[in-house]
Write a protein that binds this ligand. Structure first.
Ligand code: BGP
Length: 462
């Protein structure tokens, strides 16, 4: 077949999901509470139409059917996460056998269906008991995570060869400690930097455990949401604003994960403002010696910035936003439902940056996708005709292809997400899946994009 875009042999085609957003059974199977269960109980009004994480898409009970569907649409890989509070209900201590059975079944079913499990250990879902001990502010929690990670490697490492310590570790920092969209809803930059730092230490400790276990053919990575910072203009003031935004929102995790150290400029900036986190002797060496093998890149939108229009009030709380304003580029293409700009070339810019500045590390697009509201409007003959999603994916794949042609080490593309799921505070507002989910009956129905993606995967291109 003549294809315009033929991807390299063995390209990873699939999708990503997370435990809290898909499993449901939030209080079944011996699962402990995590911060989402708790926050919803406290403030249901903070969630779209007051829909909480209790049942979500019920993957816990329907995983077999779902995994068969993955196979039918040509998935050769799928990235779910393990729920820490399901596996170890209190965060530390006893392992829940029902959870071990569940994750064993999921992994075995994936393998039986020729879908390679890529397993992520943490997707925003801190066990409640550990949040009460300070969450990522606390080094005790860092130690608890290390034990949890080691437990997972030991339980499932015989079959799982691709592991990820964290998904978008910056999001709990932004949501929980800067901009008030995750529990514990603290707004305090100093705490935010401590949380960010401790998360990286937890990550490096997990990498160290993994390497000491010497899992045969195993790779360990991290999944980062890289958001290129584009300046409004080439004026030095705009360039500086975008440079600082990049330090805060990309390089704060990318540099320590891949290069093993923080950018000196970021350290200097935090020091100047009295915002440096506290560290422990040996941390720098730990980071240096435990960089990742593999990088997942989540890409949804660019960040456009400009120099500040007015000086920040020096008496206001310190925020990264002291250094830049967001810039609304005229004519930008928008996903109006999510309020995110669509800029396909961003994916190429990220890949070129990884090639030029990060040793061309082995990577893949671990999330990309388009959440759309009220998709029932697009039903024809019983099927959601989501041509806009197909266009969205195509647009991004073209740029990914170009990056690969230019020598970037990108190995796959995963959509967010396999089936419509519960999107944190947006609950079921915007739908992202190849399959729609009826939130009452839990029935799954393929959208047009599902059969399109099956063709792309089967042909290894389009
Ligand atoms: C990423 C997260 C996912 C997912 C996605 C879509 O940041 O890793 O968990 O939710 O974004 O975002 P949202 O659900 O907020 O629309």
């Amino acid at each position: 077949m003549s294809l315009q875009y033929r991807f390299p042999e063995g390209f990873w085609w699939g999708s990503a999901a997370s435990a809290t957003q898909t499993e449901g059974a939030a209080s079944d199977g011996g699962k402990g509470k995590n911060i989402w269960d708790y926050w919803y109980q406290q403030q249901p009004n903070r969630f779209f139409e007051e829909v909480g994480p209790e049942t979500t898409s019920d993957f816990y009970h329907k995983y077999k059917e779902d995994i068969q569907l993955m196979n039918q649409i040509g998935h050769n890989s799928f990235r779910p996460s393990i729920s820490w509070s399901r596996l170890i209900p209190s965060g530390t201590g006893e392992v829940n056998q029902e959870a071990v059975d569940f994750y064993n079944n999921v992994i075995d079913e994936l393998i039986a269906n020729d879908v390679e499990p890529f397993i992520n250990l943490f997707h925003f879902d801190m066990p409640l008991e550990l949040q009460e001990k300070g969450g990522w502010e606390s080094r005790e929690v860092v130690e608890a995570y290390t034990v949890y990670a080691k437990t997972c490697f030991e339980l499932f490492g015989d079959r799982v060869k691709k592991w990820f310590t964290f998904n978008e570790p910056i999001v709990p920092v932004e949501g929980g400690y800067l901009y008030d969209f995750h529990y514990p809803n603290v707004v305090d930059a100093k705490k935010a930097f401590q949380v960010a730092y401790n998360t990286m230490i937890a990550h490096a400790k997990a990498v160290k455990e993994f390497k000491s276990l010497d899992v045969k053919d195993g790779k360990i990575g991290i999944i980062l949401n890289l958001t290129p910072s584009y300046p409004r203009s080439q004026n030095p003031a705009d360039l500086k604003a975008s440079h600082i935004a990049d330090l805060f929102f990309n390089r704060s995790f990318l540099d320590p994960a891949v290069l093993g150290e923080y950018p000196q400029e970021l350290i200097d900036l935090l020091q100047e403002h009295g915002q440096l986190p506290s560290t422990v002797t040996g941390d720098a060496e730990l980071l240096k010696n435990n960089t990742v093998d593999l990088l997942g890149v989540n890409y949804y939108q660019p960040r456009r910035v400009k120099a500040k229009e007015s000086l920040p009030n020096p008496y206001s709380p310190f925020m990264p936003d002291w250094f830049f304003d967001n810039y609304e580029m005229p004519g930008r293409k928008m996903n109006i439902y999510r309020g995110w700009e669509i800029y396909e070339k961003g994916i190429y810019d990220i890949m070129i940056n990884l090639k030029e500045n990060y040793g061309n590390i082995e990577s893949f697009i671990s999330e990309n996708g388009m959440g759309v509201q009220d998709e029932a409007r697009f039903i024809k003959d019983g099927r959601i005709e989501d041509d806009y999603r197909i266009e969205f994916i195509q647009g991004h794949l073209k740029w990914l292809y170009k990056a690969i042609e230019e020598g970037c080490n990108a190995r796959g593309y995963h959509l967010w997400t396999f089936m419509d799921n519960w999107s944190w505070s947006n609950a079921y507002k915007n739908r992202y899946g190849f399959f729609s989910v009826d939130i009452e009956t839990k029935e799954r129905t393929a959208k047009k994009s599902a059969s399109w993606f099956a063709d792309v995967s089967n042909n290894n291109g389009f």
